[in-house]
Design a protein around this ligand. Structure first.
Ligand code: SF4
Ligand code: SF4
Length: 60
């Protein structure tokens, strides 16, 4: 799964605009991934200037 580390996220909105599945939303100045929509493409991981989105391998 992909999650956003809100302690480093700048809330710049860059990942929101580039997510192909509109799986990233901003609520109350925090950015989070809607897991049901995310397809693990990791575009957000690549575009974020501060490395806030983290891809975590699902537990086996
Ligand atoms: S991994 Fe892809 S689908 Fe999932 S939140 Fe990031 S950009 Fe969107
Ligand atoms: S691109 Fe990175 S810093 Fe910008 S909103 Fe997304 S996670 Fe936060």
């Amino acid at each position: 799964m992909v999650t956003i580390d809100t302690s480093v996220c700048l809330v710049c909105g860059g990942c929101i605009d580039l997510c192909p599945k509109t799986a990233i939303q901003m609520v109350d100045d925090r950015v989070y991934v809607i897991q049901e929509k995310c397809i693990q493409c990791k575009i957000c991981v690549q575009v974020c200037p501060v490395g806030a989105p983290r891809h975590i391998e699902d537990a086996a």
